[in-house]
Structure formats: C-alpha cells, structure tokens
Design a binder for this molecule. Structure first.
Ligand code: C5P
Length: 244
C-alpha cells in the first residue's frame, strides 16, 4: 500500500515492537510490513534469538530500538552499552534508577562501541519508572515517598543531567518532560492507541496525533498494527490520521 507524501514521513515516527517469541516469527513480521522503518527488539525476542535478529534488521536497512532496560553496576552497564553500540542500534534503554555513574558509563561506552565498528552512536534513553509500578507499590514496596509523577520527573532529570539522550514515557507525561528536559531530549511513548483500536491492557492511552502534539518524538505502537485484520491498512490509516 502506498502512502501519501506527508503520511510517508510520519511512518518514521512509529516504532513497531517485535513482541514475538522467535527469530522466524520476527522475520515474518518484518517482511510482511516493509513500510515499517523502525523496529523494537525487546527482552523476550533478544533472550530467545540473541543478536542475530539485529543483523537481520540491519541487513534490511531497518532502524533498531534495542529495549533491554539495562540495570546493573556501572562496569557491567558499560560493557553491555559498548556491545550495543557496536551493533549500530539507534535507541537503547536503561533504567534511570541504576544511578548517575552507571548512566554516564553506559552512554560513554555506547559511543566507544559505535566508534569501534564505524556505526552511529546509539541514543541511550531512560526508563523513569515502569508503568507496572503504581503509587501503592512505589510507597509500600520500593519505599519511595514521592508520587509516581514526581519520581518519574526526578528520574528524567537524572537521565538528562547524566548526559542521556531521552526517556521512555507515557504520552500523558510527554508535555511535562518536554518542558523539564528541553527540545532535544528524545521522548519515546508507548501507550498509544488510535480511536478505532482496542486498548488491550494499556490503561492511560492517547491517540497518535495527541501524543505527537504533546511532544512525543517516537510512538511505540504494537497490537493496533500487528493484530489488525489488515496490518498494512492499519499503518496507512494511522499515518493518514497523524498527517491530518
Ligand atoms: O501492543 P502495544 O502497542 O501495547 O505495545 C507497546 C509496546 O511498548 C510493548 O512492546 C510494551 O512492552 C512496550 N511498553 C509499554 N509500556 C511501557 C513500556 C514499554 O507498553 N511503559
């Protein structure tokens, strides 16, 4: 399906997660949707298929969001960041809660890894707080006395102060984080649903247009595309709506 010119450029703002359990299932999805330029590889696929899936994406000229949510001591974070940098991934996630020293270490090592293999350095972006942690768990389990919103803002600020390129956030937090962290801080938002799609387990959603208006740079949109009766038509509809 061909997209109108404006809609065509908007496809580059959509990242589709490869939420599948094997390399063969991932390749089938990638090849079924050639118009998708940016794919997310998360823990399930990376643990099951290893880095081979990154080579498959690279060989097809795709952009890669490696969503490994790294959280470890600075030395280990740096080692993983260096290895990710060598693959030439464009986005890499780490938990801001790993602390400023680890965040600086992983960012620096990712740049070194990219230099070693002649790739562009990844944008290391922070998970501020998992959306599965609500106010109750934050207070009673993690013993954090801040509100969820205030904690997420603190973590975004820590990420920015540590030289990270951006954060993953709910579209509902995008406007606030954009203001707090500036125009160059990349905001990547899951929890996006067009009005015609099922919300599934996503609770607080925004439509793609609303999320872009709120300041999101990239939208992670999975099931509204991958589970649609006609995924290519779903992408075309999404992009046309975003262009409007
Ligand atoms: O299918 P859906 O559009 O809900 O997929 C969203 C993707 O973004 C999934 O890969 C999910 O793991 C990821 N994600 C999320 N919420 C977060 C962080 C990541 O939905 N807070």
């Amino acid at each position: 399906m061909t997209l109108a010119p404006t809609a065509e450029s908007l496809i580059n703002r959509i990242i589709v997660p490869l939420d599948v359990p094997s390399e063969s299932a991932a390749i089938a999805l990638i090849d079924a949707l050639p118009q998708v330029t940016f794919w997310k590889v998360g823990l399930e696929l990376f643990v099951s298929s290893g880095p081979a899936i990154l080579s498959q994406l690279k060989s097809r000229g795709k952009r890669i969001f490696l969503d490994l949510k790294l959280h470890d001591i600075p030395n280990t974070m740096a080692g993983a960041g260096r290895a990710a940098g060598r693959y030439g991934v464009e986005l890499l996630t780490v938990h801001a809660a790993a602390g400023g020293i680890a965040l600086r270490a992983v960012q620096q090592a990712a740049i070194e890894g990219a230099q070693q293999s002649g790739e562009s350095p990844p944008n290391v972006i922070a998970i501020t707080l998992l959306t599965s942690i609500g106010p109750e768990a934050l207070t009673t389990e993690l013993k954090v006395s801040l509100s969820v919103e205030a904690y997420a803002e603190q973590m975004a600020q820590l990420a920015k102060d540590s030289g990270l390129a951006g954060a993953v956030c709910s579209p509902h937090e995008a406007a606030k984080l954009r203001k707090l962290c500036g125009k160059d801080f990349r905001l990547v938002c899951p929890g996006v649903r067009p009005s015609w799609a099922q919300k599934g387990d996503q609770q607080r959603t925004m439509t793609p247009s609303e999320a872009l208006q709120a300041g999101a740079d990239y939208l992670v949109i999975g099931r509204p595309i991958t589970q649609a009766a006609d995924p290519a038509a779903a992408i075309a509809r999404l992009c046309t709506e975003m262009a409007a």
